[in-house]
Design a protein around this ligand. Structure first.
Ligand code: NI
Length: 263
């Protein structure tokens, strides 16, 4: 699968889970904007079954190179960013399960037992949904109380958590605030955890996002509506040498993770 086919399939799955993103994209195009992706982000659980190192070959296989690694202590995450010229950056994070309570660890271990042996080698692994049977809604809530991230992956599995529009590539809307106003005018809510715009020009990256869409998802005990995916907007700045910043700013990403908070 080449990069273009990968992103087309990934977007199709994502737009089904987060129809707000497809609608905002349509509105931006109708506004005369050129919409291209700055990055897409994935979430997973650490360990041999589906951990970062296990999934990484899928990303490298698309022609990407590792840029750098990040740690989000309070969210119990580590992450890696990958780049490929002319393609959206890829941000892959994993939850460090050993840092959760024993109940959550047991539940996640039970889910991971169901991951098929060669799951991570499948070309569509990163947009294949949940490779384990549904958990109960109560288990989802318990898990999410401890880690929203854990609840999200347990309920939704493998798919893009968010797509991010490159504000640099837009023609009319000039900065992240402009885009957020456009999105609000279309009737969508903005994640204001840590402020509407995360990051500063001196950090070389400014980002904002919607609050995640909500969709009915099948749990072991019936359907329940939960947060799914959100749409993000990133403006990158050049460094003192005039080179466009390629990385991510952990302090900003910390608040961006709150876009899938349940309330
Ligand atoms: Ni992002």
């Amino acid at each position: 699968m080449d990069g273009n086919a990968f992103f087309a399939a990934l977007w199709e799955d994502f737009a089904r889970m987060a129809p707000q993103a497809a609608d905002i994209r349509r509105r931006l195009v109708a506004h005369g904007e050129r919409v291209s992706n700055d990055h897409v982000a994935f979430r997973t659980f650490d360990g041999p079954e589906v951990g970062l190192e296990t999934l990484e070959p899928r990303v490298l296989g698309l022609g990407y190179q590792l840029l750098e690694e990040y740690r989000f202590e309070s969210k119990h995450l580590r992450a890696r960013a990958y780049v490929r010229a002319g393609h959206p950056r890829i941000f892959l994070s994993e939850l460090i399960r050993a840092e959760l309570g024993s109940g959550a660890q047991r539940l996640l271990a039970r889910l991971l037992e169901h991951v098929p042996a060669h799951f991570a080698q499948s070309p569509d692994a990163l947009f294949s949904g949940r490779p384990w049977p549904p958990l109960s809604h109560g288990e989802y809530q318990q898990l999410s109380d401890e880690s929203e991230y854990a609840g999200w992956v347990a309920a939704l599995g493998f798919r893009a958590n968010h797509f991010t529009v490159s504000v640099n590539a837009l023609r009319k809307l000039r900065d992240v605030q402009d885009v957020l106003r456009f999105v609000e005018d279309a009737g969508y809510r903005i994640n204001d955890s840590g402020g509407r715009v995360k990051g500063t020009p001196s950090q070389r990256l400014e980002q904002g996002s919607t609050l995640a869409d909500r969709m009915p998802i099948d749990f072991a005990d019936g359907r329940h509506e939960i947060p799914t995916g959100y749409y993000e907007f990133a403006l990158r700045h050049v460094d003192d040498a005039g080179v466009l910043y390629d990385g991510f700013v952990p302090a900003s990403a910390h608040h961006i993770f709150d876009s899938t908070t349940r309330s």
